[in-house]
Design a protein around this ligand. Structure first.
Ligand code: ADP
Length: 175
């Protein structure tokens, strides 16, 4: 675990299972149709319950680089923010990833949330290099905390394995 204060807000990196986090919201690495099958999405629905998939089906399509919000079923968190990151190779991956993070932060803001936890969006099934994902996620959140007044007091990255954590730690130390 490591954390930094930016504008009196906390940015944190941890190794863990995001489905266990009790932040006000957790972010899901979703696809455009919000069909939560594998990876972190599958884990969220398995643990939180099918209500999350049902609410997602009512939302339907979410463009790449955007985010939508549902309740969180029986998870400890209150909301799941479904962010759609890019697939590696489709083009403009960095901007799309940045946009997915900012859309998630704006959703959290809309709901006046105090804390949010992000996974390493697009770095699993979607195949983006972990170094790029770490750089975009950490710099986007750091810039956000520097430049806005926000309801969010804690923004964390919950990384599933030590290797991903090390990539985030490298970027974190540059802030
Ligand atoms: P994408 O399709 O956007 O790549 P994935 O779910 O395949 O999404 O993976 C995104 C990241 O989430 C990967 O780094 C993967 O290791 C990680 N991940 C998978 N399950 C969990 C979990 N339960 N908690 C936190 N991170 C997870």
């Amino acid at each position: 675990m490591d954390e930094k204060k930016i504008n009196n807000k906390i940015m944190r990196i941890i190794v863990g299972d995001i489905t266990e986090r009790n932040t006000d919201a957790i972010v899901n690495a979703a696809n455009n149709y919000l069909k939560h099958g594998g990876g972190v999405a599958g884990a969220i629905v398995r643990k939180g319950g099918y209500i999350i998939q049902e609410e997602s089906d009512r939302i339907g399509f979410v463009p790449t680089g955007s985010a939508a919000i549902t309740s969180a079923g029986s998870l400890k968190t209150k909301y799941v923010i479904h962010a759609v990151g890019p697939k590696w190779g489709e083009g403009d991956e960095e901007n799309k990833l940045k946009s997915a993070v900012l859309s998630s932060l704006r959703k959290a803001e809309e709901y006046q949330l105090k804390s949010i936890s992000f996974p390493a969006i697009s770095s699993g099934i979607y195949g983006c290099p972990k170094s790029m994902v770490a750089k975009i996620l950490v710099t986007t959140v750091a810039e956000y905390l520097k430049s806005q007044s926000t309801s969010l007091e804690t923004i964390e990255f919950c990384l599933f394995d030590e290797e991903t954590y090390r990539y985030f730690k490298q970027e974190f130390d540059k802030i």
